[in-house]
Design a binder for this molecule. Sequence first.
Ligand SMILES: [Zn+2]
Length: 244
Amino acid sequence: METGQQDVLTLLERLQQVADEIDRLTARRKEAEEARARAEEDLRETQQNLDAYRERAHALDIERRKRELAIKDGKERIQRIKSRMGDVKTSREYQAVLAEMSSAKQTVAQEEQALERDVEELEAVRVDMERVQTRVRDLEGALAEAEQRLKSVMEETEQAMAGHRAEEQRILGDLPQDVVDRYRLIRSRRGGLAVVEARDEACTACYMRIPPQMYIEIIRRTRVLQCPNCHRILVPPREPPQGE
Ligand SMILES: [Zn+2]
């Protein structure tokens, strides 16, 4: 059965509407997918931050224990030096012991200062860690929400999408192959918009004026005509222009 020109234009018009719906649903899905991907990325980054804080806290903790041991050793050394004081016989020996004592005390003092700094930093790191931990929990919640939203968008759009795709296939099957090829080429080159209304002797996509004779042919639906400027397929206005 041959498809008349009138039918071809009607089918093309409907095809564009269906394609618009598919594009709209696809954009909605893409948006939800991108939101989920962003939420995942945010969480991943913050998790990495938290890991870095944990590593720093762990390193500081090890350092702290080492310093505590060093202080304990240093204090024991001071005790040993003190206990040897009584055995000192000569002034030279005494000077040597004093020097040893001074060195031991200096070591202990340095370690104590360093320990204080480590403990302060460890406390600061733990405060930051707590803050980042809270952020991680928030972002985990946000990701779960984004996943849920994506799931519902996919579910909500599934039926409509399947319906539109089936209709699109049906129309493409009903149209002559050369018209389908033209439609596909224009759609791919013109941002998805291949079929547009001609209104008031102008293309409604690019606003180029259409020659009067061509406009009459479009209104009469005599054949598939394309805009001389943007090459989109032109269909008559949906509502007749005023005065007709
Ligand atoms: Zn145009």
